[in-house]
Design a protein around this ligand. Structure first.
Ligand SMILES: NC(=O)c1ccc[n+]([C@@H]2O[C@H](COP(=O)([O-])OP(=O)(O)OC[C@H]3O[C@@H](n4cnc5c(N)ncnc54)[C@H](OP(=O)(O)O)[C@@H]3O)[C@@H](O)[C@H]2O)c1
Length: 276
């Protein structure tokens, strides 16, 4: 398996990224720089996480060339709209201390605001100006994707959605594949305070391979051709979550994990509900 996945715009995104939701801005420089020095090549932040400045400092501290690290951020939902998205992007790039962002996402469709199409038009403009390499969305359902593609002709490079063994998102994954959109898994270990890491089936598979439950789950995402964004505030766990390249889950392992899927497995709000 290669370390990167090709996007529909010609760029290539690293398959494993460090999620930094709930990481304090002051802690981000150390954690991010250590993670990059330990091998991470992709960091997933957002305006709403309020740690873009800390992430930017971490990238500067790390021993890495700018072109070898992929940085994603996301537009805060309250800043949707054509002009406000353009202005908000200026803030992101300033906080991260970058000339160009690798990937910018519309964080939530927020359909009650009615602004995600004009917001998407601003993203297209920013990409055309060369200020963002790739543009995408998050928490979009096929109905939202159809609308932005239909009204602009531009298909997002990725859709970042909640996805883990308890909520496997088969229908969205299929839709994305048919339309050339890469699926990114957020809350890939099951989210904050996750019980998934204590699951008996995952534990049995982990013991069979001499790996940890978290490593089995990260590997499961990779074998489904997903971009996976595990978060840990503990450097040793972040390193553990990246050490997934020297083993493979069998077909039997994959089908046992497929059996964990549940319609009640979602932990964050339904995409149409979060409009704040
Ligand atoms: N687009 C969106 O709307 C959206 C929403 C949610 C998340 N995300 C992205 O996805 C990323 C990951 O999601 P998430 O933070 O919700 O959850 P997650 O990565 O599924 O799980 C994080 C939890 O697992 C623990 N953990 C991590 N590695 C571990 C290990 N090896 N062993 C034991 N426990 C471990 C973490 O604790 P410690 O920190 O204490 O290690 C934390 O409690 C976020 O950081 C963010 O970048 C995006």
């Amino acid at each position: 398996m290669t370390s990167h996945i090709a996007l529909n715009d010609g760029n290539a995104i690293p398959r494993v990224g460090l999620g930094v939701w709930r990481l304090a801005d002051g802690e981000a420089p150390r954690l991010v720089s250590e993670a990059i020095d330990a091998g991470y090549r992709h960091i997933d932040t957002a305006q709403a996480y309020q740690n873009e400045a800390g992430v930017g400092k971490g990238v500067k501290l790390a021993k890495i060339r700018r072109r070898d690290i992929w940085i994603t951020s996301k537009l805060q939902t309250s800043l949707q709209g054509y002009d406000s998205a353009l202005r908000a992007f200026d803030q992101t790039i300033k906080k991260l201390e970058l000339d160009q962002l690798d990937l910018f996402l519309v964080h939530w469709p927020a359909p009650a605001r009615g602004k995600y199409v004009e917001t998407w038009k601003a993203f297209i403009e920013l990409q055309q100006q060369g200020r963002i390499r790739s543009i995408g969305v998050s928490n979009f359902l096929p109905e939202h994707l159809e609308r932005i593609i239909g009204e602009t002709g531009v298909t997002p490079a990725v859709n970042q959605i909640e996805l883990h063994p308890r909520f496997q998102q088969g229908a969205s994954r299929d839709w994305h594949k048919q339309h050339g959109i890469v699926t990114e898994s957020y809350s890939p270990l099951g989210g904050q305070g996750t019980a998934l890491l204590q699951d008996a089936i995952i534990d049995r598979i982990a013991k069979r391979h001499g790996k940890s439950p978290a490593q089995v789950i990260v590997r499961w995402h990779l074998q489904l051709d997903l971009v996976v964004l595990p978060k840990s505030s503990k450097p040793e766990r972040a390193v553990e979550n990246l050490d997934v390249w020297n083993f493979a889950l069998t077909e039997e392992d994959m089908s046992e994990i497929a059996g964990l899927d549940s319609p009640d497995g979602k932990t964050l709000p339904h995409p149409n509900e979060l409009n704040g």
